[in-house]
Design a protein around this ligand. Structure first.
Ligand code: HEC
Length: 493
């Protein structure tokens, strides 16, 4: 039961990653705490424990017991009770009492899990004993989640992968010759026809969820580290790198000629991204706060301005597209709707509810009249992007469908999904042109080459395939997890 087992696909994979990461992160912290001899640091030693164990209930939104621990100031202000910390006196500190309590007052509460391990409580006690000091360079108002993120350094992407990645995003370079693929803390660039690895760009996001080239050839990325951080950034794949074994290595973490601009740093993964046809506007949809941010890029990347932050969805925003004239923004998400937003009037124009399940992707027809969306319901739905947003037609897309992309000039549209296929469609008639099979598992990402000749797809297990649009033949297949073989092909039917 592969399918039901993995019904939430990207979400599941992403969540599993978050758990694995939390386990990985917890160990070194404890080890460091024991080794620490000098005075403890609040941000490095104490705040990570609070974040992992307390912020879920004690952030600015939930404020259980009216206590928000996400800044030093609000932590020390206390909640229903006064300041839970008495500097120098752990024995008189209410927070320490609660951590050590064996009755119902214990924190974290008994119904939410185990008590904190002894060594972590000891560490917090030690910090209180040393005066409960805040690190130099921080203010009592500093956003601790943000400060922890700033201090976090991404690992090097693996030289050779030991486990597969899930390809959630890919894009053709503007000359249609190469495919850029999201890997583990990196982007990889491959020759579309020979499948040769050309470049590797190390980056801060663990995963790319959306990749789009801007008119000047720079690459915009949305992605993040599940449950920890979300990013929107602009990279220059043509920056100068270091060549090793015929592969150009680019440092998208530290080299400012590679990492051109970080537009957004938020608390959870950014799933989708769109650039207006004229390249002047960039929009990205968030899972952390369910907003869609729109930036004005016309003053240049360095001076890019956040134009509006739209709260129009009740859950994660998963898909996004500009109308061809960039006056409207089409979005969709986990709240089971697709929507159209008027950017000038800053108001919602219409809601398309027909999927009645998660809507994974949305696209706008170049004539500005029609919109297309796909989702968990296994339907490619065509609807009016204006007026009341009535559905024009629905066509079976072979099971849960994750992406829909439209060529900006040609009558060509592609979808991909859980049935392990890529489908090519005529957006005018709604007819299926071709069904491309051969992927061994779910296909999460699909892209059309700007010249309209090729389509690339990627999915579970790191499998990437490049196909010819004209005859549907498979030009090349490779594994985006460098060094790993392709997963076994499905048995022919
Ligand atoms: C699952 C939710 C949850 C988690 C996780 C949690 N708390 Fe609480 N906390 C509460 C609730 C609910 C209250 C209010 C209890 C009451 O009023 O009886 C509370 C109250 C408190 C208070 C008292 C606030 C006041 O002024 O009355 C402190 C201090 C506290 N928690 C510390 C912590 C610490 C430290 C952690 C992490 C180690 C933590 N909590 C984790 C739910 C949680």
């Amino acid at each position: 039961m592969l399918r039901s087992h993995r019904c939430f696909c990207v979400l599941c994979a992403v969540l599993a990653g978050a758990v694995a990461l939390a386990v990985l992160l917890a160990a070194p912290q404890a080890a460091r705490a024991q080794a620490a001899k000098g005075p403890l640091s609040f941000i490095n030693d104490v705040a990570p424990i609070l974040k992992e164990n307390c912020f879920a209930c004690h952030d600015a939104k939930k404020r259980k017991g009216k206590l928000d621990m996400t800044t030093y100031e609000t932590l020390r202000k206390g909640g229903d009770h006064d300041d839970p910390v008495v500097p120098g006196k752990p024995d008189e500190s209410y927070a320490i009492d609660l951590l050590n309590a064996t009755d119902a007052s214990r924190m974290p509460p008994k119904d939410s899990g185990e008590a904190l391990p002894k060594e972590k409580i000891a560490l917090i006690e030690q910090w209180v004993k040393e005066g409960a000091k805040l690190d130099a360079g921080l203010t009592p108002k500093s956003d601790l989640l943000r400060e922890l993120r700033v201090r976090w350094k991404p690992p090097q992407p693996p030289a050779v992968y030991s486990r597969p990645v899930t390809v959630a995003a890919l894009a053709f370079t503007p000359d249609s010759k190469q495919v850029v693929v999201g890997g583990q803390y990196e982007l990889t660039v491959w020759d579309a026809v020979s499948g040769k690895l050309e470049k590797r760009l190390a980056m801060r996001p663990e995963r790319a969820m959306a990749l789009t080239f801007l008119p000047d050839g720079k690459l915009a990325l949305a992605g993040g580290r599940p449950g920890q951080e979300g990013n929107v950034a602009i990279y220059d794949l043509n920056a100068k790198g270091k060549v090793e074994n015929g592969v150009t290595l680019l440092d998208g973490v530290n080299d400012k000629t590679v990492l051109v601009k970080e537009l957004l740093d938020t608390d959870d993964v950014v799933y989708c991204l769109a650039v207006s046809a004229d390249g002047k506007k960039l929009a990205a949809g968030n899972s952390a706060d369910r907003t869609v941010n729109v930036w004005d890029l016309s003053p240049g990347y360095a001076a890019a301005k956040l134009e509006q932050s739209i709260e129009n969805h009740a859950d994660w925003v998963l898909g996004i597209a500009f109308s061809p004239d960039a006056k409207q923004l089409l979005t969709c998400g986990r709240d089971k709707t697709a929507k159209v937003w008027d950017l000038a009037a800053k108001e919602s124009l219409l809601t398309f509810p027909d999927h009645q399940n998660t809507v994974w992707g949305v696209a706008a027809k170049p004539d500005g009249k029609l919109a297309y969306s796909v989702g968990e319901d296994g339907q490619l739905r065509t609807w009016n992007a204006t007026g009341e947003g009535k559905q024009v037609r629905a066509a079976g897309s072979g099971g849960p469908t994750f992406k829909v992309v439209l060529h900006p000039k040609l009558p060509l549209m592609a979808t991909c999904g859980a049935d392990k296929t890529v489908r090519l469609w005529n957006p005018d008639s709604g007819a299926t042109l071709k069904t491309l099979s051969g992927h061994a598992d779910y296909v999460y990402a699909v892209a059309l080459s700007p010249d309209g000749n090729l389509v690339a797809s990627g999915g579970y297990g790191g499998e990437v395939k490049v196909w010819k649009v004209a005859d549907g033949s498979n030009v090349k297949s490779f594994n985006a997890a460098v060094g790993l073989p392709l997963p076994a092909a499905p048995a022919p039917k």
